[in-house]
Design a protein around this ligand. Structure first.
Ligand SMILES: NC(=O)c1ccc[n+]([C@@H]2O[C@H](COP(=O)([O-])OP(=O)(O)OC[C@H]3O[C@@H](n4cnc5c(N)ncnc54)[C@H](OP(=O)(O)O)[C@@H]3O)[C@@H](O)[C@H]2O)c1
Length: 324
C-alpha cells in the first residue's frame, strides 16, 4: 500500500500523510519487547509510513533508541521528528529494567507508570540543556542530524525570532527544521508567528476540532507545517467502542454516539469516521496515530484506503463543528 506524501509546510521535509506516533515504543505497556517494537517500525516503513514522531523523554530515551536501531539500515527517506524540553533520566531504574528485559511483565507496569509521570514534571529550554538534549537524541537515533526538532510542551513564544540555540543548531546543520508540540492551542498559535518555525504539532480531531478553524488556517497561510495528533482521541474512541467509560463530557459523548451512528450507516465504525475527519477536513500536512501493534497498523492502512461515500464528510462536519 502506498501512503501519499507531501511537504511539511515549507521545511523541505517530505512526510507521509500518516505518521506513526512512537510514544509507546519505549513502553512495556505495549507488551511487544524491543525486537517486536523494531519489527513494528519496519512494518510501518513497508506500509509507506515516512514520518515517525518521538521524544527524548518517551520511555526515558527508549523510544528514540528503538527507532534509531529500527531505521538504521532503512534506505527509504524517513523523517524523524523528536522533542526535547522535559528532564528525564536515561539511566533511571525503570528505563534500565525495560532496556534489559523488555519482558511483558505486567508486574513492572506500575513502576514504569510512576517513572513516566516523574519524567513529565520538570522542563528546561535553556541553551545548555537543549544543546545537550539534542546530542543525546542524535546518539540514540543514530543520526548526524535531526530532521525536525520540536520543543516539547513549551510556554507561549515571547520573541518574534527563533530561540538563539535553535538558530545555532540550524546553522550548525545539527537540525534540519524546528517546531513545537503543544497541548495548548494558544501556545501553538503564538509559535506560528515566530519567523523560521517549520511546524507545529497539536491535538485536533472529532473530539477537539477547535484548531481546524483557528490555528491551522493561520499556519497554512504562513506555510508553517501542521502535524495533527490525538485524532483517535488518544485511545478514547477505541475505549468507547469497547464500552469503557470515556471521561468525556455529555456533549462529547453524544457527538461520539452520532458519529458512530453515521459510521454504522456507512458500514463502518467511529474510528474510521474520526480518521476521515482528520485526513480530509482538518487540513494538516500529516496525521499522527499512536500505533503500538501490527494489528493497529493494518487497521490504519485499511482505514486509509477507505474513502467516505459522497456527502458523508459534510455530515461528519455538521456533527463535529455544529457542536464545537
Ligand atoms: N505534547 C506533544 O507534543 C504530544 C503529546 C501527546 C502525544 N504526542 C504524539 O502524538 C502521537 C499520537 O497521540 P496519541 O497516542 O495521544 O493519540 P491517538 O493517536 O489519537 O490515539 C492512539 C491510541 O489509539 C489506539 N489505537 C491506535 N490505532 C488503533 C486502532 N487501529 N484500533 C484501535 N485502537 C487504536 C491506541 O490505543 P492502545 O495503545 O491502548 O491500543 C493508541 O494508544 C503520540 O504517539 C506522540 O508521538 C505528542
Amino acid at each position: 500500500m502506498q501512503i501519499m506524501g507531501r511537504e511539511l509546510g515549507s521545511t523541505g521535509l517530505a512526510v507521509s500523510e500518516v505518521g506513526m506516533g512512537c510514544v509507546k515504543l519505549g513502553s512495556i505497556s505495549s507488551g511487544q519487547g524491543r525486537r517486536g517494537a523494531i519489527r513494528l517500525v519496519r512494518e510501518a516503513v513497508d506500509a509507506g509510513v515516512r514520518l515517525f514522531d518521538t521524544a527524548d523523554a518517551y520511555g526515558s530515551g527508549l523510544s528514540e533508541s528503538v527507532l534509531g536501531e529500527a531505521l538504521q539500515a532503512v534506505r527509504e527517506p524517513i523523517v524523524v521528528a523528536t522533542k526535547v524540553g522535559y528532564l528525564f533520566d536515561e539511566r533511571s531504574a525503570g528505563a534500565q529494567r525495560v532496556r534489559k528485559g523488555w519482558a511483558a511483565a505486567s508486574t513492572r507496569l506500575p513502576l514504569l507508570r510512576g517513572h513516566a509521570s516523574a519524567a513529565y514534571s520538570r522542563q528546561d529550554f535553556s541553551t545548555a540543556y537543549v544543546r545537550q538534549a539534542v546530542h543525546g537524541s542524535l546518539r540514540r537515533l543514530r543520526r548526524d542530524r535531526l530532521d525536525l526538532l520540536q520543543f516539547h510542551g513549551p510556554g507561549p513564544a515571547t520573541d518574534p525570532e527563533l530561540p538563539e540555540v535553535v538558530q545555532q543548531l540550524l546553522d550548525e546543520g545539527l537540525i534540519a527544521a524546528f517546531g513545537i508540540g503543544s497541548e495548548h492551542l494558544d501556545v501553538a498559535s503564538s509559535w506560528v508567528d515566530v519567523a523560521g518555525v517549520g511546524a507545529v504539532q497539536l491535538a485536533v480531531g472529532v473530539l477537539d476540532p477547535q484548531a481546524v478553524a483557528t490555528v491551522i488556517p493561520r499556519a497554512r497561510a504562513q506555510r508553517v507545517g501542521v502535524i495533527a495528533r490525538g485524532v483517535l482521541g488518544g485511545g478514547v474512541l477505541a475505549g468507547w467502542m469497547r464500552g469503557e467509560p470515556t471521561g468525556l463530557d455529555p456533549a462529547r459523548v453524544e457527538r461520539v454516539r452520532l458519529l458512530a451512528e453515521l459510521g454504522a450507516r456507512c458500514g463502518t465504525d467511529v474510528m474510521q469516521v474520526a480518521f476521515w475527519y482528520a485526513r480530509l477536513q482538518v487540513g494538516a500536512d500529516a496525521v499522527l496515530v499512536g500505533i503500538s501493534s501490527s494489528e493497529q497498523l493494518t487497521a490504519i492502512t485499511r482505514m486509509l484506503a477507505h474513502e467516505p461515500p459522497p456527502g458523508v464528510l459534510s455530515e461528519i462536519c455538521a456533527i463535529v463543528e455544529g457542536a464545537s
